[in-house]
Design a binder for this molecule. Structure first.
Ligand code: PSU
Ligand code: MN
Length: 301
């Protein structure tokens, strides 16, 4: 059974049993998305925001083949610094668990464990999506398939324009995943508050979000919901500049033959270097903002 592979941290288990709000967090952003020690500092700050709002954070990661739902401070330090931490999406779980290896969960990977633990709300930075040129390469993140089938609400800052944003929104529509922007009409592009695309729906308060989430699951409509929050104004990066930087990173990716699951971490790292670290600051602040909104929504549910 699933639970035979999972260790739920006592604080998280108690909150779930008492019906208190719990917010899931991913670990790929820690192991593959940000450099040390910013990754650990950010992960701690995100947990603090969630606690301050009266919810319990549950960072999900795989350590020695055990799925940890909620990690200790030492485990966080470990997952942030250990070598050979696999990036774990749906397809990777069986092998990583059987080999008793370490893994950082992606959005898809985190949704799977969160759903199994009974956690409804999951906060992250950006999700994976349809890559530019996917018509040729078929590179579409497993995050989208997971949103189609797994009952977890994902609070994010939209998708990076390293992806085909329009294509990603079309895919989610086909998959029957509600995509809702928060406090704006513009679908955000991670570092920038606008992507040029609008979502069909918008929430302005946690209670509006909670009512829609309740309706979806009362109806038995399986799958996730995507709530996209714009990066706070004071930390946003101009869309045109990011287009330029991302264009260069994509070309280098091509030239160096970077493929498959290594593409996203490669581009994230190059974008950070090319923006002199500004993109990292934007990244940190957007995650904190998502944690604030996500934990308020979890409380309302
Ligand atoms: N997008 C970001 N930052 C990230 C990721 C995506 O802006 O850290 C990570 C997430 O964990 C996401 C994963 O689930 O990359 C998607 O990878 P892929 O495209 O290989 O499915
Ligand atoms: Mn991919």
């Amino acid at each position: 059974m699933f639970k035979d592979y999972m260790d739920i941290k006592p604080e998280v288990a108690e909150a779930l049993a008492a019906g208190k709000p719990v917010v899931a967090l991913e670990s790929t952003i820690i192991s593959h998305g940000m450099p040390y020690p910013k990754n650990v500092e950010t992960a701690r700050a995100v947990e603090d925001v969630i606690r301050k709002n009266g919810a319990v954070p549950a960072t999900i990661a795989i350590i020695g083949g055990r799925i940890k739902v909620g990690i200790t401070d030492e485990e966080l330090e470990y997952i942030a610094t250990a070598k050979n931490v696999a990036k774990v999406s749906r397809r990777d779980y069986p092998i990583v668990l059987a080999k008793k290896a370490d893994g950082a969960t992606t959005v898809a990977g985190t949704m799977i464990a969160a759903a199994a633990a009974g956690i409804r709300v999951f906060v992250t930075g950006g999700i994976g999506g349809v890559h530019r040129g996917a018509g040729e390469t078929h590179d579409i993140s497993a995050d989208l398939e997971e949103l189609k089938m797994t009952d977890v609400v994902v609070v994010c800052a939209g998708v990076k324009s390293i992806l085909d944003i329009g294509g990603t929104l079309e895919y989610l529509e086909t998959a029957g995943v509600p995509v809702v922007t928060y406090g704006t009409e513009d679908f955000p592009a991670f570092y920038s508050s606008k992507s040029g695309f609008k979502a069909e729906y918008r929430f302005d308060t946690p209670s509006e979000a909670a009512a829609a989430i309740r309706a979806k699951y009362d109806m038995g409509l399986r799958g996730g919901m995507l709530i996209a929050c714009p990066v706070p104004k004071e930390h946003e990066m101009p869309f045109e500049k990011m287009e330029e930087v991302i264009g260069q990173a994509l070309r280098e990716c091509d030239e160096q033959g970077v493929k498959g699951k290594r593409i996203t971490p490669f581009i994230l790292d190059r974008v950070k270097q090319l923006t002199g670290g500004d993109s990292l600051e934007a990244n940190i602040h957007l995650v904190l903002n998502n944690a604030d909104i996500g934990s308020k929504i979890a409380k309302e549910i």
